[in-house]
Design a protein around this ligand. Structure first.
Ligand SMILES: Cc1cc2nc3c(=O)[nH]c(=O)nc-3n(C[C@H](O)[C@H](O)[C@H](O)COP(=O)(O)O)c2cc1C
Length: 191
């Protein structure tokens, strides 16, 4: 991006209204209790490879995504897009794309060391759960944005910002006792 374009965006951002910070502090004992409970909750999270087909309320999905969207981001660019997929045909197409990429990962792309390191997980490129799960949340990073005048804007630390949002999403899902599955093999699914 040229400097002049960045300056233009910078100026328009200066007009943004200040959001006041509100905060109330817990007594020390309460802090310890809450931190212990939160740790215990998160310590129960597991990456499972079998997922129930039981429907989940969309309100829950909306809320966990809203929670993820509270993440900090480089220069407050919020460089993420969450896409919720429920349609069985679309889910199946996603599964096909991922399995095709994963097969290449296992058979040639990642190499024998990776395949050996993964042996303990007993995984392969077949991902039935992508059909079974009632909802898939696809997370995209936005490598740049657009200013109101249509010019490209920089999304600083976009991958780190999206990773933090993913972490919050996982924690929010754990609060609901729903399970999640990370799939890193295809770049458009995670990061
Ligand atoms: C970035 C990332 C990529 C991952 N990719 C895969 C994957 O492709 N397939 C898979 O079965 N698990 C994947 N996992 C899950 C890890 O294997 C899992 O987090 C790890 O074994 C620890 O287990 P836990 O999540 O149950 O604590 C991934 C996790 C992360 C954070």
């Amino acid at each position: 991006m040229k400097e002049a374009e960045a300056d233009e965006w910078q100026e328009s951002e200066e007009e943004v209204e200040h959001i006041p910070f509100s905060h109330s502090r817990y007594p020390e004992k309460e802090m310890v209790k809450k931190s212990q409970e939160f740790y215990e909750l998160l310590n129960k999270r597991r990456s499972v490879r079998f997922i129930s087909n039981e429907q989940v309320p969309m309100e829950v999905i909306d809320n966990v995504i809203k929670a993820a969207g509270t993440a900090p981001s480089g220069a407050h660019t919020e460089p993420w897009t969450f896409v919720v997929v429920k349609d069985p045909d679309v889910k199946h197409k996603i599964r096909e794309i991922i399995e095709e990429e994963e097969e290449i990962n296992y058979l040639k792309r990642m190499g024998p060391r990776w395949v050996t390191d993964l042996k303990k997980f007993r995984t392969n490129w077949i991902k039935e759960y992508l059909d079974t799960a009632p909802v898939l949340i696809l997370i995209f990073k936005q490598v740049h944005g657009f200013a109101p005048n249509g010019k490209k804007t920089i999304h600083y630390y976009n991958e780190i910002s999206v990773s933090i949002a993913c972490g919050i999403l996982l924690a929010a899902l754990q609060m609901t006792k729903m399970v999640t599955k990370e799939v890193a093999s295809v770049s458009f699914l995670i990061l």
